[in-house]
Ligand binder design. Structure first.
Ligand SMILES: Cc1cc2nc3c(=O)[nH]c(=O)nc-3n(C[C@H](O)[C@H](O)[C@H](O)COP(=O)(O)OP(=O)(O)OC[C@H]3O[C@@H](n4cnc5c(N)ncnc54)[C@H](O)[C@@H]3O)c2cc1C
Length: 417
């Protein structure tokens, strides 16, 4: 694999930049693999990377119906944090955050992880009590999170309006300083490059149309738009389309798929130094390196696969943001788009074996799975390689919905970005 460094950049510059290799191959599917991963989003690619790197399983295909990173991985607002309430979630997201901290070095690819701090605003007494509880719970788990007063919020993010008479007054906020953002495309590309270099075949424009099972019920392979691929292990990381893919193996999951929208403004000079989230108005804001304000809105009220959300969802978010950050009134919005997110009843993911031998699933990340990409890929690879969960993902089973052992981050925070 070609190495990226200041020296290699200098050397290639002398040669007119003619010697760079393609970052990954475009192979034809083989007849058989040890493992097939469905979905070349960040999660599927990370899983393939760790299967090869940590478990020595390199005869792996990642099959993608569109283009690599074209799903939610390329559509999200890239917020990273680990300050979730329950011990199980905190362990999972903190596992991911620790991997983020060394990811650019590990992949030799700049994923532009930027720990600029994530400030979650409280607008009512419920928010204040809930976020303070989060701060205490996080500290008990050794995770950084601190309570800021109204004035401290303003000091941390000067663009905020803390005036009186507001519909959504800022009563304080919970700040995770290690939280921040990363460049979503670079994450997919970095994992793809690392997996490809270790022998993984990434096959784009290849839709999985069926999952074939043998007489005993175990997985035998996947039917795809480019032919049948034999394998004894299939890992599904298909985000908003997980229910569709799993249905092809006869497995029903407690998932609902909703459109979730985001938008960006025209680029402006650096004006917004951190990430600000407001669960109450369902908005989250950061400024990209290009200068655009990146804004996330809420999910639609109705399930859909339309990949474009309702207009009133974004206008509601923008109304509230213009009050919270008055300078935004002068910004023009450039683009908006949607993704399809897969939501579980307790707003926590499923990373588990399924009742079908050889079939594994990583899903239910809803509106907040980008931040988990390295951690989810890592523990999913472990689960597939060893046919048993890693201790961190052991609680995130399908059976918890039958047994009532929920990890209810929805009740804890009302939103799980
Ligand atoms: C607008 C928006 C904002 C968000 N903001 C944040 C945020 O700030 N922070 C955060 O942590 N998370 C956020 N998320 C959620 C986050 O994007 C997702 O949880 C995460 O990216 C999921 O990654 P993935 O790799 O599982 O899914 P994806 O990147 O969607 O990958 C799944 C892939 O599976 C492929 N696929 C589906 N069906 C098939 C099939 N039959 N055959 C082959 N391939 C198939 C799809 O084409 C897709 O490429 C946001 C999501 C959206 C839409």
């Amino acid at each position: 694999m070609q190495n990226y460094s200041a020296l290699s950049l200098f050397r290639r510059a002398l040669g007119g930049h003619a010697g760079w290799q393609r970052q990954w191959r475009s192979p034809e599917p083989k007849a058989e693999y040890d493992v097939v991963i469905v979905g070349a989003g960040g999660h599927g690619l990370a899983c393939a990377y760790y299967l090869a790197k940590q478990h020595g399983i390199t005869n792996v295909a990642v099959v993608e119906r569109g283009w690599l990173g074209g799903g939610n991985t390329g559509r999200n607002t890239t917020i990273i944090r680990s300050n979730y309430l329950f011990d199980e979630s905190a362990a999972l997201y903190e596992h991911a955050l620790k991997l983020w901290e060394g990811l650019s070095q590990d992949l030799n690819y700049n994923v532009m992880y930027s720990p600029r701090g994530v400030l979650m605003l409280a607008h009512n007494i419920h928010d204040v009590q809930s976020f303070r509880r989060h701060v205490h719970a996080n500290r008990l788990n050794g995770i950084d999170n601190e309570w800021l007063t109204t004035e401290e919020c303003k000091e941390f993010c000067p663009a905020l309006n803390i005036g009186s008479g507001m519909r959504y007054p800022i009563l304080g906020g919970a700040l995770q300083r290690r939280g921040g953002t990363a460049r979503h495309d670079a994450v997919a590309w970095g994992y793809a490059r690392g997996a490809d270099a270790r022998g993984v075949d990434i096959i784009e424009n290849c839709e999985v149309t069926g999952i074939r099972r043998g007489p005993g019920g175990a997985v035998e392979g996947v039917e795809t738009s480019r032919g049948f691929i034999r394998t004894k292990k299939v890992g599904v990381s298909a985000a908003g389309h997980t229910s569709v893919v799993m249905d092809r193996a006869g497995v029903r999951l407690p998932l609902e798929s909703y459109p979730l929208q985001a938008l960006v403004s025209e680029p402006v000079k650096p004006a917004f130094p951190c990430v600000v989230m407001s669960n109450t108005i369902h908005a989250y804001i950061s400024q990209s390196d290009k200068g655009e304000m990146v804004i996330g809105a809420g999910t639609d009220a109705y399930t859909s696969y339309s990949q474009r959300g309702a207009l009133h969802i974004t206008t509601h978010t923008l109304d509230a943001i213009c009050e919270l950050v008055p300078m935004f009134r002068r910004l023009r919005m450039l683009r908006n788009w949607g993704g399809i997110v897969d939501v579980t009843p307790d707003r926590s993911p499923i990373i588990a074996k399924t009742p079908v031998p050889g079939l594994y699933v990583n899903c239910g990340w809803g509106t907040g799975g980008f931040k988990a990409t390295p951690g989810a890929g890592h523990v999913f690879a472990w689960t597939i390689a060893r046919d048993e969960p890693h201790p961190i993902n052991a609680p995130f089973t399908i059976e918890r919905f039958r047994d009532g052992v929920l990890i209810d981050e929805a009740a804890a925070a009302a939103v799980a970005h």
